[in-house]
Design a protein around this ligand. Structure first.
Ligand SMILES: Cc1cc2nc3c(=O)[nH]c(=O)nc-3n(C[C@H](O)[C@H](O)[C@H](O)COP(=O)(O)OP(=O)(O)OC[C@H]3O[C@@H](n4cnc5c(N)ncnc54)[C@H](O)[C@@H]3O)c2cc1C
Length: 464
């Protein structure tokens, strides 16, 4: 079928925009990873769920590849397609309803979390889990997981959804929940757009207090940091725990005969509690028994400033060129007991300048708070630690960096970790099977059921 015929076929069935302009196709050909580019033949901006359904039915009839793209903060081409149809979900961006009594919000999948948070401000309600970057969509994080610094209490964003409307890969519109079409509800969350498109979600909300107080604790020892963070999670002393590894550069030394920069690593732990101004937290109680190296700072801020606390960091990232560089982020969720040996091994010779202004995530959480099958966490763990190397790499160094990051990924998997799939993923078939473990046959069966022609987001999961 010629390009003209193909586009006119889509235009016949879709009421939203159907674009073939070169600049629009180019605009959606990349993602935050900046390593993979795939240019679609046509971009569909659906005006409704029905548009998504019609697009997928047509794609099936003509055997054309399709990808679903939202804000494209993923990093290995997860949302891209070469010469196929790209469904740009940002056009489905309406907050449909908020039920303040039931504490639920129903949104189209292209709604950006920041807009929902802003919309809910007058009601003093917010989603229980927010990602660090609020500039991503509900559909985008529901297709990966959506982790936040309250995940140790509430799980991932996918665990806080009670109902979803989806369009399967063959174009069927289905509404799923724990009780109705439960198989769709089980399978579509954290599915990377492999089974179909999420068009609408009903999300749990919670009431928050107006202010937050954050204690900036600094640790100089990983084991002590881990003991204290586990204690804080178990006690739920704070509502939010945020941490990372911070380098104190020590100069150059010989590593395997090569001169290399090295660092002494420290571990900032920011522990935050919500409060009402009439009833501020008791500072002595908040730090009782903790064994930090230093209490660096304490800060109060309105809760919405807290939700947006990383925006200034993103501004800095943009200024220093980090944002425009390549981002092969390697994020992995480690079993608790494997975390220290793994992190020690990875960090001992890690040259801090290799991050290019980025950082090393350290994310204590619980292994028991998520119940979404497609979101893999190390099984049987009461506690887990998310660890992430988040570099911004100039293009000329990317080929040097990739094998090292893949080695760190493989080592984590060998120690029982599960990768977070929005980042830099270069799995072969065996690694995909290992990642999903016992669930793999079911994942394959779902793919066969919902996208039998394997038209969706192809080239990412290696099925055979
Ligand atoms: C600076 C930064 C900070 C981040 N912080 C966090 C964090 O704190 N926690 C966290 O969990 N993640 C974090 N991420 C990762 C980010 O949340 C995920 O990559 C998320 O999937 C991005 O959403 P998006 O709207 O950009 O989706 P996209 O990247 O466009 O899509 C993600 C995947 O979902 C699919 N998809 C998108 N929309 C739909 C839909 N409606 N239906 C079906 N499939 C769909 C795509 O095909 C793709 O496979 C961060 C990323 C960046 C760049």
């Amino acid at each position: 079928m010629s390009q003209v015929d193909f586009v006119s076929e889509i235009k016949k069935v879709v009421k939203g925009e159907v674009r073939t302009d070169d600049d629009i196709r180019k605009d959606v050909s990349g993602d935050f990873g900046r390593m993979i580019f795939k240019k679609p033949r046509v971009v569909v901006r659906p005006a409704s769920t029905d548009d998504v359904s019609q697009t997928l039915k047509l794609a099936n009839r003509l055997g054309i590849q399709v990808s679903t793209r939202s804000e494209a903060h993923t990093q290995t081409g997860q949302a891209l397609v070469d010469d196929g149809i790209l469904i740009d979900m940002r056009s489905l961006n309406k907050i449909l309803s908020v039920d303040t009594n039931a504490k639920l919000a129903t949104c189209q999948a292209g709604v950006v979390w920041r807009d929902l948070v802003e919309h809910l401000k007058p009601q003093r309600l917010s989603p229980p889990v927010l990602t660090n970057n609020l500039g991503v969509t509900i559909g985008g994080t529901h297709s990966v997981a959506g982790l936040g610094i309250a995940s140790f209490r509430f799980g991932a964003q996918v665990d806080n959804t009670i109902e979803m409307e989806v369009v399967t890969g063959t174009g069927e519109i289905v509404v799923g929940s724990a009780d109705k079409n439960a198989e769709v509800f089980r399978s579509f969350r954290s599915a990377l757009g492999q089974f179909g498109v999420i068009t609408r979600a009903t999300l749990k909300l919670r009431e928050h207090l107006p202010m937050t107080r954050t204690y900036f604790y600094l640790y100089d020892d990983l084991a002590t940091f881990m003991d204290d963070s586990r204690r804080l999670m178990d006690e739920e002393r704070f509502g939010y725990i945020e941490s990372w590894c911070s380098a104190c550069p020590q100069g150059i030394r010989l590593v395997d005969g090569v001169k290399q920069a090295f660092a002494q690593w420290f571990y900032p732990l920011h522990a935050t509690i919500e409060f009402d101004p009439a009833k501020p937290p008791d500072d002595a109680k908040m730090k009782a028994g903790l064994r930090f190296y230093k209490h660096v700072h304490t800060m109060d801020q309105p809760i919405h400033d807290f939700f947006n606390r990383l925006e200034p960091l993103f501004v800095i990232w943009k200024r220093i060129g980090y944002w425009a560089n390549m981002h092969p982020w390697m994020e992995t969720i480690l079993p608790w007991d494997a975390a220290k040996p793994y992190i020690d091994q990875v960090m001992v010779n890690f040259p801090p300048q290799a991050l290019g202004g980025g950082h090393i995530l350290l994310w204590p959480s619980k292994g028991t708070t998520s119940n979404t099958p497609m979101f893999q966490v190390p099984p049987g763990q009461k506690h887990v630690i998310g660890f992430g190397i988040l570099p911004g790499i100039p293009p000329q160094f990317i080929e040097e960096a990739k094998p090292k990051l893949n080695l760190a990924s493989d080592l984590s998997m060998a120690m029982g970790a599960k990768r977070y799939l929005s980042g830099f993923i270069e799995f072969d078939h065996e690694r995909w099977k290992t990642h999903y473990g016992d669930l793999w046959p079911q994942v394959v069966a779902w793919k066969k059921e919902f996208d039998p022609k394997r038209l969706l987001n192809s080239g990412f999961v290696v099925w055979e």
